[in-house]
Ligand binder design. Sequence first.
Ligand SMILES: Nc1ncnc2c1ncn2[C@@H]1O[C@H](COP(=O)(O)OP(=O)(O)OP(=O)(O)O)[C@@H](O)[C@H]1O
Ligand SMILES: [Mg+2]
Length: 269
Amino acid sequence: MTPHDPILCARNIGMIFPGGTIALDGVSVDVGPREFLVILGSSGAGKSTLLRMFNRLGTPTSGSIIFRGRDITHAGGGTLRDLRRQVGMVFQQFNLVGRLSVLENVLCGRLRNCTGLARWAGSHARWFSAADREAAMAALTQVGVAHLAGRRADALSGGQQQRVAIARTLAQAPSVVLADEPIASLDPKSAETVMDILRDIHIEKGLPVVANLHQVDVALRYATRIVGMRAGKIVFSAAPAELDASAIHLLYQGRRHVESAPEVVEPAA
Ligand SMILES: Nc1ncnc2c1ncn2[C@@H]1O[C@H](COP(=O)(O)OP(=O)(O)OP(=O)(O)O)[C@@H](O)[C@H]1O
Ligand SMILES: [Mg+2]
């Protein structure tokens, strides 16, 4: 591995769900160490399925997933646990434990770094070391909600909850952050804050980010590369500047669920 090698690779992966839905159909994509990669595509294009393959929340029915040069397609046990620690995930619905405090939620991210007695102590007795608490507070500071550390998670706004969810991911010290529609449930102002935080993490911590989005304008603003999916295939992969009207048309033609897309100007006849 060199510092320039991709951190994650999907190699010709296919995913056919029981019942026959072909969610991914020969998808190959590399995630470079310096990329903020945005995946666009209409509903059902396969974006979430692809992201879930990257941290092995799902297993492809064909092809392979490579993480840092290692084939993890069928990894299990300790290897899978280690992969899940290194591949941080942020979800549309935040997935916080509502009755726990903000700090406790972020400490749950630290649990992924603990083994043996420390893991048991954290999960059963909610006992964490000073270093764990420090790391959790640093993560909360990074996303600007350290002042909310003692609040119950379910007493926060959606934007605040997503910031806590990002802090929880940061607390596990990941090598890459995956975000599945991280702003889909947020108002425009909170959405911008969350995207800015993801960009700060990308730049300041040097972490590659892969985000599924529905908002083309947001993708254009934040991505270093845009990958477009349609019906389980990658049909576009280029710098944001290359995403012209015909590419947008290719992604969304006849489809619903595109938000904030720039007006598509049909070529003159
Ligand atoms: N667990 C599952 N079982 C069966 N089919 C599934 C499952 N998960 C996803 N699919 C199907 O796979 C296809 C791709 O779904 P996926 O969720 O990856 O799309 P998406 O691009 O993330 O869509 P959206 O923008 O709506 O989130 C869809 O046809 C979907 O119905
Ligand atoms: Mg999805």
